[in-house]
Design a binder for this molecule. Sequence first.
Ligand code: ADP
Length: 261
Amino acid sequence: NLEKPLENPIYEELTPFLEAMDRQNKEKEAVANMRKEFSANVSHELKTPLTSISGYAEIMKNGMVRPQDMPAFSERIYKEARRLITLVEDIIKLSKLDEESVEIEKTEVDLFELCREIVSRLAPQAAGKKVRLAVTGEPVKYFGIRQILDEMIYNICENAIKYNVEGGYVDVWAGNTLEGPKVAVTDTGIGIPKEHQERIFERFYRVDKSHSKETGGTGLGLSIVKHGALLHGAHVTVSSTEGKGTRMEIKFPREKEAALL
Ligand code: ADP
């Protein structure tokens, strides 16, 4: 839909702006579609833990549980309830990324500093799994929505720990490249089979449902990353080898291009 009379010098000047608008429209469309699919899945995902909770509670209420089995039943109810809380929190985060509700101002964020902050927040989780975390790179200023950038990088780093092996490594790098600012997270974890690599950004998509449930995953973490990237005109790439590890990169547009968004 960009019919262009090429000879027109004014048009030449406008081209980058028109292209940015076109890109923005496409991104809006993509967000709208994703939102539709989401409502379909969300009821299912909420219903599963709720059904368990009400089932266990009913058996207890009817006095059908032996006293010695009570702790195990309460534990199950507690776990399912915790899971619901995480799920609802993720759903709220995701809905906040809806274009209408994103009114938060963009500010200058040092992505390197942000990575350091996130890594220190994740240190206990990494220590619990005997995973070593390191941040390298250089200060890199980026004009963006701090809270969303935080959630994006946090989710990727958290996955790098969750899907790692005991004694593994996570390396977080932030810096400037010729193409623009970049954050890269490399782990020595279980890796993602090729056929799943495209799909992990879909809502509620998990490679291994049982493992993910064990690690407290909701399957929404990477959708939040994808939405956050859309809002910033950034691209997320994944390269991974099963059994070796995964590298995820968030490539941000250069300042000039970002200003057009
Ligand atoms: P979850 O809450 O299940 O972690 P995500 O949306 O964050 O959901 O990730 C989707 C799926 O992608 C995960 O369930 C996991 O199977 C896979 N995955 C994500 N990051 C990694 C990683 N660094 N290494 C291996 N698998 C990963």
